[in-house]
Design a protein around this ligand. Sequence first.
Ligand code: PLP
Length: 438
Amino acid sequence: MNLETLVTEYPQIKDLITEQPTFWRNPDYALKADLPFSKADIFDAVARLDRFAPYLAKVFPETMVTNGIIESPLISLDNMQTAWEQQNHHELAGHLYLKADSELPISGSIKSRGGIYEVLKFAEKIATTHGSLAYMDDYSVLATDEFRQLFADYGVIVASTGNLALSVGIVAATFGFETTVYMSHDARQWKKDRLRENGVTVKEFNTNFSAVIPKARADAALDPNIHFVDDEGSNDLFLGYAVAAVRLQKQLKEQQIKVDQDHPVIVYLPAGVGGSPSGVTFGLKTILGPHVHAIFCEPTHVPSVTLGMMTKLNDQISVYDIGLDGLTAADGLAVGRPSRLAGKVMRTLLFGSVTFPDNDIYRYVAQLQDTQDIIVEPSAAAGFTGIAPTIKNMPAFNTQNATHIVWATGGSMMPQSEREANYAKGQQLLHQPKKVLI
Ligand SMILES: *Cc1c(COP(=O)(O)O)cnc(C)c1O
């Protein structure tokens, strides 16, 4: 791949190379395409999560109130909307909501969808093929010694910048699997500590995620009893994320939020490797149809999915190839090479993407806490950065009938010291003059 040729063909790469905040509109949006998954795949995942609900309610008491279903609230953000308008000097005509995956049980992040789902699927396979589990059993039986002993003969390996390791690690270790996580240099210390407390082996690496994941994959391949959770291309992760759409459909209905030609819904999703936002977007487009539009949000230093999709090279290009350092305070988004799956499935489903400087997300972290008393981690505030560039480029989305949903992807498990440090940084930035985006 020759960079000069790429820049000639896709001039907007210059914005990425120079770390300019940018809005990329996907030219292939809404074209016809064959997709590798169907609605039936989503409902297969829904049914599996339902089968495991009695197990989850038993071993993770925090899921007892929802009978073992892992779900997050959809929250109306009236005060935050006012703050957003003041900060951006622009009216947001529709309504602003937060899909608070930051409050998902077990990992406190969106990884409680895909990561946990993949471990459940692996456990079900072992328990039905090598153990006595029948599909119609009460799955809480999997918490007994009989099954724990069975699971101890098997292992799970995952590489992560932090949150995927938390979700996969905690659940896999709870089943009794021999569990090892490979952590990149950006992984927070508290996440490693939390995993070790849960009996997970943590291997620490001084390199970025894209360099760590091949090591984990190679080690997992040495033992047929080890399952590798592949963040760069797993179908199970993808479908676990997609289930969010079925749950959101119900929440939209309950809150009387319409989705149709005259009532567009715009969803803003932080993207790292691109797996979680793509899984969610595939689900939304499949379940809710053409009037829901997804925008991915990435740091200017790590626009991996945007670069891959813009050039159509997907996982064949990384941000390092265009001279970026791949460094960001948003550890959940610190992935320089996109997943093999994301760009391909998103080619016709993603409306567009934006890139933002790190400082913007700290401001939104502080604002969200001030106005709504909701605490998220820096990565999880990225969705707020997508609104201004999107309505600027698509004035049709700035109507009274529009619903803007910021997907808050993580944060409820952060220790108090992290929360305070993030808030303080955001407050400080809020008091400095900021260039106006619109
Ligand atoms: C993982 C993660 C993301 C991005 O998900 P990808 O699948 O890597 O694109 C965003 N925010 C948080 C908090 C995350 O943990």
